[in-house]
Design a protein around this ligand. Structure first.
Ligand code: ATP
Ligand code: MG
Length: 226
């Protein structure tokens, strides 16, 4: 493996609920190389979303270290973490997480607000991202005027707009019918073939079957990695 883009070393995430401790992730070691295409599977509650939030620097581990591009993220403050997230990581969620009052173009432009481009340039980049996902003809539509698959394409365009090296997707096909889900998978494969590292949580064996590597979580542990 070329230098891993993501490395988790003895990573745990515990939740303390009164006298109970929930070990959502318990001493996990994993290395993911640049350009890998990985599925995370496992039963409900096994720690999949917890792992994605940690890898995406939306959450911090109770113990252990997470390296992104060989950088120890525990050494970073909130501002540096926000910068790293914005520059290197794109997120896609099951429920799309689009802003209802904004049209497709405005949704895709939001991550560019922090990049310091002038308005005209932001619009150009976002239009280009929407064309890449096949939505060049829906730029002015709001989320409630679009199908589930189209909403997910907008979310993917938004995740791509800063040209991150890592794409994290938590059940991106979970709210879609199987044909639409397959089209979204085609899109992730295209993104991966352009060199981006993709990690995708899924319950669907058809989806994980298209990934090159499958990590199975059980009760916060890696039960299988193939
Ligand atoms: N904020 C929280 N506070 C307390 N416990 C939590 C919190 N978030 C998650 N957990 C617990 O951590 C464990 C792992 O949760 P996680 O969301 O990672 O599961 P998951 O594998 O993504 O499940 P699903 O397939 O249902 O999405 C669960 O037992 C859950 O109840
Ligand atoms: Mg989850």
């Amino acid at each position: 493996m070329a230098g891993p883009v993501i490395e988790l070393t003895e990573v745990s995430r515990y939740y303390y609920m009164g006298e109970f401790v929930i070990k959502a992730l318990d001493n996990v070691n994993v290395r993911i190389g640049t350009g890998e295409y990985t599925a995370i599977m496992g039963p409900s509650g096994s720690g999949k979303s917890t792992m994605m939030h940690l890898v995406g620097c939306l959450d911090t581990p109770t113990a252990g270290t997470i390296y992104i591009d060989a950088e120890d993220t525990s050494a970073l403050n909130e501002e540096d973490l926000a910068y790293l997230r914005n520059a290197k990581i794109g997120f896609v969620f099951q429920q799309f997480n689009l802003l209802a009052k904004m049209n497709a173009l405005e949704n895709v432009m939001t991550p560019l607000m922090y990049a310091g481009y002038p308005m005209r340039r932001r619009k150009e980049i976002a239009e280009n991202a929407l064309e890449q996902v096949g939505l060049g003809d829906r730029m002015k539509h709001r989320p409630n005027e679009l199908s589930g698959g189209q909403k997910q394409r907008i979310a993917i365009a938004r995740a791509l707009v800063n040209d991150p090296s890592i794409i994290l997707a938590d059940e991106p096909t979970g709210a879609l019918d199987s044909v639409t889900g397959e089209q979204i998978m085609d899109l992730f494969e295209k993104i991966n073939s352009q060199g981006k590292t993709v990690i995708m949580v899924t319950h669907d064996p058809e989806v994980s079957g298209r990934c090159k590597r499958v990590i199975n979580l059980r009760d916060g542990h890696i039960a299988e990695d193939r």
